[in-house]
Design a protein around this ligand. Structure first.
Ligand code: COA
Length: 149
């Protein structure tokens, strides 16, 4: 398991679909804000082509089992099942731990990510309208969640 340092180019390739965080954070900040046991990369030919990770949504103990997912696949590896493998891997690790809800926010036009999450058992909770601003424009975000069976 590893994190974004080796995956930074994957991140840079995808900012248009990444809700609001358009630049990769530095490693220390990323590492501190994501769960150690729930981060995976996909490698092809020794190169990282995708990653997935969970971040806690709150430090309140009532929400201790609620985490936010991020999943990214590099342009040239998309549409080949990598995203699904990554998301399924982190769902397995979450289910095996004490994480009862995985949630995520996705831009409405990102049909691939919405579809991927639905196929992995997420449901659309609703659309959070004008949630944040990107490049000066208010953006809606589709809020999705998967509850541990
Ligand atoms: C969203 C993303 C992670 C999907 O990864 P991927 O490896 O391309 O997805 P997969 O090949 O595993 O496909 C998973 C599902 O998505 C759907 N899908 C994949 N490519 C698609 C396409 N071009 N059009 C429509 N649906 C598509 C399929 O329904 C597929 O389901 P299946 O496994 O039953 O066939 C990837 O496109 C990505 O990194 N996008 C940019 C970053 C991003 O949006 N991250 C998510 C932020 S919430």
């Amino acid at each position: 398991m590893t994190g974004p340092p080796s995956a930074t180019s994957t991140w840079r390739a995808s900012p248009p679909a990444t809700p609001f965080e358009t630049d990769p954070p530095d490693w220390e900040r990323w590492d501190a804000s994501h769960l150690g046991g729930h981060r995976f990369v996909a490698r092809r030919g020794g190169r990282v082509v995708g990653w997935v990770a969970l971040a806690p949504v709150s430090d309140r103990c009532a929400y201790a089992g609620v985490a936010d997912d991020s999943v990214y696949v590099s342009d040239d590896a998309r549409g080949q099942g990598v995203g699904r493998q990554l998301l399924e891997a982190v769902i397995r690790s979450a289910d095996a731990a004490d994480i009862w809800t995985i949630q995520t926010g996705i831009f409405p036009e990102n049909a691939v990510s919405i579809d991927l999450h639905q196929r992995c058992g997420f449901r659309i909770v609703g659309v959070r309208e004008r949630l944040g601003r990107l490049a000066g424009n208010w953006r809606d975000v589709v809020f999705m969640e998967r509850r541990k069976p």
